[in-house]
Ligand binder design. Sequence first.
Ligand SMILES: Cc1ncc(C[n+]2csc(CCOP(=O)(O)OP(=O)(O)O)c2C)c(N)n1
Ligand SMILES: [Mg+2]
Length: 279
Amino acid sequence: MSLTAEKKKYLEDLCKNFRVEIIELLHKIQTGHPGGSLSATEILTTLYFEKMNVDPKNPKKEDRDRFILAKGHAAPILYFVLAEKGYFPKEEMQTLRQINSNLQGHPCAKKTCGVELSTGPLGLGLPAGLGMAMGAKLDNKDYYTYVLMGDGEIQEGIVWEAAMSAAKFKADNLIAILDNNGVQLDGTVEEIMPMGDIAAKWKAFGWNVIHIDGHNVEEISDAIDEAKKTKGMPTIIIAKTVKGKGVSFMEGQNAWHGKPIGAEDYKKAMAELGGAVNG
Ligand SMILES: Cc1ncc(C[n+]2csc(CCOP(=O)(O)OP(=O)(O)O)c2C)c(N)n1
Ligand SMILES: [Mg+2]
């Protein structure tokens, strides 16, 4: 196991706080995407606070690891992680989704320090990430590129073009993570467009596949170590997650993909998450 008990607790405590902060802020601004943010909380936290070689004081250093939030609607968790890490002042979080804010509803690489790629239109993260990974090889750099995709997102055809190409180019410095929560915007993945055996699909496209519980920081950390050891092919970590994780009435519910959080729901959610109710 790659994490000490102390480190594990540190990451889990960060996740607890992020969940409280997400609900607090999205309730306050009455907009934004709670479900997909809560689903990806452990993944982003483990990447930024344990695994990735990044330096907020030197955000463009050449050999930094790259992270792409392909499922760009989960911007709230990305922004809270970046702010906590020190890319920009935490107070800026209060401007989320306001006109001219640095923190747009979907990540904007031109506006927000630490954002590597503007995303929102689903499907473009993996091809762009492959480009970054190939760039590292051409430049003889040893950084890794991480791409977090949604399980609805991988219904986009462009994802599979990139999957084919990544295997052909032996992009072993590209690590994809699938937020496999079984739910998308309008319903379950099974209802909208059943994907069948996802692992078999990625294997058939030439990828190394690792399965984990996407809410277990230790498993996330170990899977990344294993991915780095795999040479000659790209890796996808299929992370079993729960959309809306941590708030019982949001869990597994597509209705909470992007719904404003009303006063009663806010109080209920905060009681479950152990956060203080304001206002
Ligand atoms: C190309 C494109 N089509 C449709 C949308 C609208 N849209 C935004 S999020 C979403 C559902 C995504 O589901 P999933 O990838 O499973 O994300 P998660 O469950 O992690 O929130 C859709 C259809 C979009 N952003 N881009
Ligand atoms: Mg999903």
